[in-house]
Design a binder for this molecule. Structure first.
Ligand code: IYR
Length: 228
């Protein structure tokens, strides 16, 4: 059976804008400068952030391209102090094992320039934690499953959009990945069909907050790209 032709929007690409070349160059450079100001932060103020900022940033993440446009992501926004406390407790438990013997020396050596350790007070102090879940497969209302395609790629792109959107709005973030982080399913009340992939911490950086030199060192263009 052949599928009916997919409906297309009436107007050709209504939202696209081409800019004059000089404006295009300015915009590209401006966006680069904006993203270059982003730094991963590990000390947050407790001050709450406006709900609508998080909502808009999540909608921005939700515009990301995804395999077959299946949008295989879910974002749990945690602001409740008790849930944050439980997340900190569970994450620090994993991190104590990680730093206390589970992680190979090579990994610990790679992390040394960041100055991280098992203490994660930011998980309670930061006003917002966003647990990002990947939907390994879709579930129909009758409980049957269907395949999702390119899930890690799709969720990674959405997470990138989210981090950029939060930064653009003036919030700092930390891409935190305690491993394993299955405890997030229970605390966030998410089904087993979803895999927690990133715990994004967001808020205002603590006044006087310092960041490691290492995190600001980005590869040069010739190290990350080639023109063929
Ligand atoms: N999850 C640990 C260790 C850690 C791992 C990587 I890769 C980092 O880029 C940073 C930390 C922690 O959060 O301390």
């Amino acid at each position: 059976m052949t599928a009916a032709p997919a409906p297309f929007v009436e107007e050709p690409l209504p939202s696209y804008r081409e800019y004059p070349q000089s404006e295009m160059i300015d915009r590209a450079e401006g966006f680069l400068a904006e993203l270059r100001r982003r730094r991963t932060v590990r000390e947050f103020e407790v001050r709450p952030v406006p709900h609508e900022v998080i909502a808009s940033c999540l909608l921005a993440a939700g515009t990301a391209p995804s395999g077959a446009n299946q949008q295989p992501w879910f974002f749990s926004v945690i602001t409740d102090p008790e849930r944050k406390r439980r997340i900190r407790e569970a994450a620090e438990q994993e991190e104590r094992e990680f730093y206390g013997g589970k992680a190979p020396q090579e990994w610990l050596d790679a992390l040394a320039p960041l100055g991280t350790d098992p203490h994660k007070p930011f998980l309670e102090e930061a006003p917002v934690l966003i647990a990002i879940f990947a939907q390994k497969y879709g579930v129909r209302p009758d409980g049957s499953r269907f395949s999702h395609y390119y899930v890690p790629e799709s969720v990674g792109i959405a997470a990138g959009f989210l981090i950029a959107a939060l930064h653009h709005a003036g919030l700092a973030t930390l891409t935190h990945t305690p491993s394993p982080m299955g405890f997030l399913n229970e605390i966030c009340e998410r089904p087993v069909s979803e895999k927690p992939v990133i715990l994004l911490v967001a808020g205002y950086p603590k006044p006087g907050c310092k960041v490691p030199v290492h995190g600001g060192l980005k590869k040069r263009l010739d190290q990350i790209a080639s023109w063929l």
